[in-house]
Design a protein around this ligand. Structure first.
Ligand code: HEM
Length: 480
């Protein structure tokens, strides 16, 4: 027995080592993606990618690599990142047959129903999307404007004190309270990292973690959403303004059956997971560009201040302000909330990018950060914040709008909440610049950022000051 054991372990170890070595050699020299450029380590192991995801500089690395190597780069043995019009249509357009990669399974709770963002099966997804689509119609969203304004009013009230006392605030905290609940950030960070790890959620959801009472972030968020939906179901909603959950609860499926509790919870889970921090990141991005471009801020105010009303600016009014629209679009272009690549599996039939054939089964990611800085579309000043680019020729502006990748293209998996996000953003920016002056405490280091799935800013220290008599008085910005 002892002799067998002595013989056995070295053979096992040598076999594992040999198999590992063979796999590295295959990835480096014989894999169908070997001719695509990229960092040498990325071509042999997914660990290089995992390292950058964990330290939170992944999206910036992808942007740099595209600027160095061109339109197609290899990010892991079986994974490419591309910046390309035809790939965007093929993988994220109306008629795409590409499915999401396995990475998304890290966002799926094991105890819930399939959720809209994570589910990979196109049929299951189409059913969920159809069921919840009416809640995202503009007519419904405009009914929700009152509750959005109530959240903004709370924010403006909470800024009054630091504004009058001149205290420094972290604007991340203030914008987060308008858009999200604390547990979501952990869910997104952990899921983003585990999406790339073998076994995915099993590391945080297994018999030992359950025995120790440790909850994985997906389950924690799911339980939180479930509690909120239960409270909602128990409330007397007579005469109360309907919210999204009311709409979710009122829907029936193709057989006329009402949505189940689990389905409504998954709906709430998907919209908070996908729709809270994304808006917060974009709000902070807009503030950053405005605080660092005083001429843009002044021009925006001149346009805004012409609105002859003491009432908060409505979404409808924002749509009559061309410079506001240009500023918001440009800040979304420069600093997309989801800069991470959106992974799809290349379907059968050949995808060709920049003269290279990409074999079916390859995981291809498109990063909005890299796509939105494409000089072929946005010109040689693609890296410069310039709202005026949106105010020239109308057909060119329309083309640039469709080229932006912020909301994941126009296909079946594109953002359901795009209109809702834009209502929130336009109102926030218009009212913030109308009511307050703001400036960074440390102009050289205005905030920190880590890019997991979202580009989460932190430590955004600013001072705010109340603007008085802003309506049509066109006050000069105060240096705060
Ligand atoms: C600036 C704000 C937002 C940005 C940049 C954004 C971006 C995106 C992107 C890129 C996707 C595709 C994700 C993928 O393929 O992996 C997506 C999906 C989604 N978004 Fe948004 N989003 C925003 C706000 C919202 C809001 C406010 C909601 C809802 C209240 C929302 C709900 C969703 C849902 C449900 C999906 C899944 C769609 C599907 O797979 O059918 N998003 N979003």
């Amino acid at each position: 027995m002892g002799a067998v054991q002595k013989f056995y372990w070295p053979v096992v170890l040598a076999s594992i080592f040999g198999a590992g070595l063979l796999s590295l050699c295959y990835n480096a020299f014989f894999h169908p993606l070997t001719h695509f450029p990229g960092p040498p380590l990325a071509s042999i192991t997914g660990l290089w990618r995992l390292y950058h995801i964990i330290i939170g500089d992944w999206s910036e690395i992808i942007l740099d690599l595209h600027q160095k190597y061109g339109r197609v780069i290899r990010l892991a043995p079986n994974e490419l990142s591309v910046v390309d019009e035809s790939a965007m249509k093929a993988l994220h357009g109306h008629n795409t047959t590409a499915i999401k990669s396995k990475w998304y399974s890290a966002f799926q709770s094991s105890q819930g129903a399939p959720n809209q963002l994570a589910t990979r099966d196109p049929k299951v997804h189409a059913g969920i999307r159809r069921r919840f689509a009416p809640a995202f119609k503009m007519t419904v969203l405009l009914h929700l404007e009152g509750s959005m304004q109530a959240c903004l009013d709370k924010l403006w009230r909470s800024l009054e004190k630091p504004a009058s006392q001149g205290t420094v605030i972290d604007m991340c905290h203030y914008t987060e309270t308008v858009t999200w609940d604390g547990i979501l950030n952990r869910l997104l960070t952990v899921s983003t990292i585990l999406g790339h790890v073998w076994g995915q959620l099993i590391w945080v959801d297994n018999p030992i973690t359950r025995l120790l009472g440790i909850k994985n972030p997906v389950q924690e968020t799911f339980d939180w959403a479930s509690k909120k939906v239960r409270q909602h179901e128990a409330e007397d909603r007579e005469g109360v303004e309907p919210d999204m959950v009311d709409y979710f609860l009122s829907y029936k499926d193709a057989q006329g059956l009402p949505t189940t509790h689990l389905e409504v919870v998954e709906g709430a889970f998907a919209v908070t997971g996908a729709g809270a921090d994304t808006v917060g990141v974009s709000m902070r991005s807009a503030l950053y560009w405005l605080a660092t471009n005083s001429a843009v801020l002044q021009r925006l105010r001149d346009e805004n201040d012409d609105i002859d009303s003491e009432e908060p600016i409505t979404y409808k009014q924002t749509q009559e302000l061309p410079y506001l629209k240009a500023v918001v679009r440009e800040s979304l272009r420069m600093y997309p909330s989801i800069p991470a690549p959106l992974y799809r599996i290349v379907p059968a039939g050949v995808l060709s990018v920049d003269g290279h054939l990409i074999p079916p089964g390859t995981v291809v990611g498109i990063s909005s950060l890299a796509r939105n800085r494409d000089t072929a579309i946005f010109g040689n000043d693609a890296n410069v914040f310039n709202p005026d680019r949106w105010l020239g020729d109308e057909s060119e502006a329309r083309y640039m709008e469709t080229a932006l990748f912020n909301f994941g293209g126009s296909g079946p998996r594109s953002c359901s909440g795009r209109d809702l996000a834009m209502i929130e953003l336009y109102k926030f920016v218009a009212q913030m610049v109308q009511k307050f002056d703001f400036g960074f405490v440390d102009k050289a280091h205005p905030f920190s950022v880590k890019t997991y799935f979202f580009a989460m800013q932190s430590d955004m220290r600013i001072r705010v000051a109340r603007r008085e008599n802003h309506v049509r008085l066109r006050g000069k910005p105060v240096d705060v």
